[in-house]
Design a protein around this ligand. Structure first.
Ligand SMILES: NC(=O)c1ccc[n+]([C@@H]2O[C@H](COP(=O)([O-])OP(=O)(O)OC[C@H]3O[C@@H](n4cnc5c(N)ncnc54)[C@H](OP(=O)(O)O)[C@@H]3O)[C@@H](O)[C@H]2O)c1
Length: 251
């Protein structure tokens, strides 16, 4: 293998489609070994087959801590370590205003988008600390900073996930853990199809052509593993920022 991430192992949650699948292709293209995590076993198995022997598919529901712990141990067993965790898995449905929100379904979104990020950090940290360091990238959102109608679950979860990145930096920066969040803007994936179908807020009115391709997000994630992103450690990088796009090589 060759490339800037030769000899690194990357575990990507939500790798069955969208941003996560493109991230897996991009990291593998840089020579990394990849562990593909999602609930849909067939989709990650197909992607692992496409990428080749440097990929392993690990079916896992990130809402369950014991499954994430097992996924990390399977990744270490298959690839010999874990250098980079990409907390990407996330959901938006069900979209509903507060008075109509189903409390159980609302909580299940928190279980994935917020607790799932904690589960990834919690399970990966012992491995990374024992190895002397590691990188944890989490997909954030503009929804962490401002309310969007119908998205109380999503906005709350993304705000909490951003705090988890800041917490990780606060507690483990000195021990070699690089924690970063990436706010991508709107991206042409299944999630945007679901948002469009909801019809509830201005994001649902956007044209498909307004969204950036998931490949751009994947390239930004690879860039975030380089020294060029050091200035952002412990915080959030916005892919709407033209200077970031230029640094990543997208413009
Ligand atoms: N698209 C956008 O405009 C946009 C904007 C800002 C941020 N984001 C964020 O980007 C991330 C990726 O989203 P996307 O746009 O690529 O959406 P997507 O195409 O719907 O993909 C979501 C991924 O998350 C996985 N996932 C969902 N629940 C899971 C669970 N409990 N356990 C494991 N995997 C789970 C899905 O796989 P399975 O269903 O197979 O489990 C799928 O691979 C999300 O965190 C999202 O909030 C997206």
């Amino acid at each position: 293998m060759s490339g800037s991430l030769h000899d690194k192992t990357v575990m990507i949650t939500g790798a069955s489609r969208g941003i996560g699948a493109e991230a897996a292709r991009a990291f593998a293209a840089q020579g990394a070994r990849v562990a593909l995590v999602a609930r849909t076993a067939e989709a990650i198995a197909d992607l692992a087959g496409e990428i080749g022997p440097q990929a392993v598919a690990i079916p896992c529901d990130i809402a369950r801590y014991w499954e994430v712990e097992k996924a990390v141990s399977n990744c270490v067993g298959a690839h010999g370590g874990l250098d980079i965790l990409v907390n990407n898995a996330g959901v938006i449905e069900p979209v509903s205003r507060l008075a109509e929100a189903d409390p159980k379904a609302w909580g299940e979104v928190i279980d994935i988008n917020l607790k799932g990020v904690f589960h990834g950090m919690r399970a990966a940290l012992p491995v990374m600390l024992a190895a002397g360091g590691g990188t944890v990238l989490t997909i954030g959102s503009g929804a962490a900073h401002g309310p969007v109608e119908g998205w109380s679950h999503y906005c709350s979860s993304k705000a909490g996930a951003l705090m988890l990145t800041r917490m990780l930096d606060k507690e483990y920066n000195q021990q070699g853990i690089r924690a970063l969040s990436l706010s991508p803007g709107t991206v042409a994936t299944q999630m945007q199809r679901e948002i469009k179908a909801s019809g509830i807020n201005p994001i649902s009115q956007l044209d498909w052509s307004d969204h950036i391709p998931p490949e751009w997000v994947a390239r930004a994630l690879v860039w975030m593993c380089s020294d060029a992103a050091e200035a952002y450690l412990g915080g959030e990088i916005s892919l709407r920022d033209e200077s970031v796009r230029a640094a990543v090589g997208l413009t």
